[in-house]
Design a protein around this ligand. Sequence first.
Ligand code: 6GU
Length: 242
Amino acid sequence: PALRLDTISIFPQYFDVLRLSLIGKALAAGLIELHTHDLREFTHDRHRTVDDTPYGGGAGMVMKPEPWGEALDALLGSCPPGTERPVLVFTTPSGEPFTQRVAGQLASAPRLAFACGRYEGIDKRVMVWAREYFEVRELSLGDYVLNGGEVAALAMIEAIVRLVPGVIGNPESLVEESYSPHTEGMLEYPVYTKPARWRGLDVPPVLLSGDHGAVDDWRAARSLETTRARRPDLLGQPPSRS
Ligand code: 6GU
């Protein structure tokens, strides 16, 4: 395969949805490979415990290092000598922002592994240890809190896998979308299709004019307008704090 994905989580079933849709086709075609792992398989007690109370006190539970250590040992064991090790992504709300640029970087790796935490997070020593053996990225999906890293990993996987050559039938469709380098990191312009008049609303006439230069100018102006209104930070303006 062009890309092998491994996920480690206490809810491996979350990743079953990747077998649907476009990514499912890429899996079925052998373009990508997906291996899901249950963190609890790497525990040894009757209750398959993965969490414990935080040193220093405070609310919530912290994921214990030992099951993660064994899961990552098994991941290393799946790397034949002399082959590239996976880039190891830890999904965490305190990570660096996951952006289209990061998706593009990760899409060129031969192997990616996603370690998905729950509760208040994973004992920090796991990341410190892992840096000796893997290229580690701690990544956040955005500025909000999810209950666990699985949904964040799913979103990241979808954004990455669609950039792998052959996954999207028409690579032209990657070119004009929001955040792509081709749109200079701006938001997408509005799009229209037939009929030309619907419920009293007309398609902007320039789009029917056949004047490709005028169409390009109109789209660039709409992109700029939307980006200025919704995401001034993308234009180097200060982000609105809301
Ligand atoms: Cl990566 N994990 C969790 N639990 N919450 C998040 C997130 C990740 N990114 C944004 N919120």
